[in-house]
Design a protein. Sequence first.
Lengths: 256, 258
Amino acid sequence: MAWVLQKWIFMEIICDSIPPGGGGVGFRMVTVAGPPTSGKTSVLRHVLRHLTRGGWRIGVAKFDCLSTDDAQAFLADGIQAIQGLSGGLCPDHFYAGNLPEVMDWGTRRGFDLLVVESAGLCNRCAPHVRDQLAICVLDHLGGVKLPRKVGPMLRRADVVVLTRGDLVSQAEREVFAIHVKRFAPGALVVPVNGLTGQGSPELAGVVKELARPARSVSDSRLRFSMPQAVCSFCLGETSLDRDHQAGNLRRMEIAT
Amino acid sequence: MTNLETLEILPGRDREGQAESFGSIRLEAGDCLAVVGPTGSGKSRLLADIEWAADGDTPSGRRILWDGAALSPRQRIEGSVGRVAQISQTMNFLMDLTVREFLRFHAQAHGLEDSGLEEEAYGESQKLTGEGFSPDARLPGLSGGQSRALMIADVAILGAAPVVLVDELENAGVDRRAAMALLAGRGRMVLLATHDPAMALSCPRRLVMGRGGVRGILEPDPDEGLARGELDRIQERIELWRSALRSGERLRVHPGLD
């Protein structure tokens, strides 16, 4: 498909300024985040089909908490894919701790584009990496209050993809978009239908234009810090007894 | 409502690469254009071209001009929600609000509260459906027809978008012709994908789609004027029977003989 975006000047509009050079890992990188079942994988499969048709070599790394078979879906599309399950670990730390390994994999395989998809990070965190294209996927069925409840995954995103818009009223779509704009004022908002793929050629064009060459692992930083909450529960504590609690805790103030 | 004087569709090509033969199709505020053709004929692509403000770069190669010009790339990617409203059979209200609260909620989002438009939208919704509902009714409790009536009145009165795409409202249980008249009467440009003869004939022009392209543009002729009268009579009868059914009466081909 002749999607001519070269003339477009998105970068000046939304991306952080990017110093020339970089670490030369050899691929462009994009992080894709969003609440579970928001449609990330369905949207990505459509978008990546357009990009592979355009000759791009693509690898996908999928991070999830408890179970996933999404890597199989990508493999079925002829796209190289790996997956990691955080299991008993904090999913955010599991993600950040393993991203260097994933990036090394991307270099070894010689990808043009490395897609890092993460589900199940808590809303306190975001997987987005500085200077790398950051996409957040939100589902209209989450309701118009959803944008307020999703934290830096949305607020630090460059592109916000809205799914399942065909299932809600026009009024709810309009209000949802207004709320997204309130929390991510600079982001591009792109509606995509994950089932039919409508909107995916347009999103593929955006990715093609905005995904930047990734920096080396040692030069890469998260856009948003992970929580500092090292507490007894992180270490496996299950007792609710106050005497067993230790570390970084904050008490709610509850009126009598 | 966002201001828009004209919308123009410039020809592209069908699925086999054949150029479409029309010069351009121009819509003005209050225009209604029906889009007909079998499933897979390209109706959805045409509506998508308008939704995405195609600029020669979609599979159809069509261009859409807004007040005579193509939109900027950024407007194209992200402006569609405020530019083009959509109404289809699959849409639902998710919010658990009353009708009154819902209309207030939408009005507030556009800074239109206390403008009287909320009451107007409610009033218009009542004219579109045979089953009236209270402004204090909750959205999840509305029937399919009531929901559709409210959605259409809301888009017509409170919506931001000057262009409205309507996809297959065949069995919606709303007065579809009144719905089209309301949308057009409020200065919206309506594109209507339909298999329903009464709806198609209610538009002054209809595009005939096939193999992914526009095959022709028809305007109703005098014979179709007669057909329209016939359809009105059939519709009237269906409405009578529907309300008889609702109120527990028997359906009669010759009323008054019981």
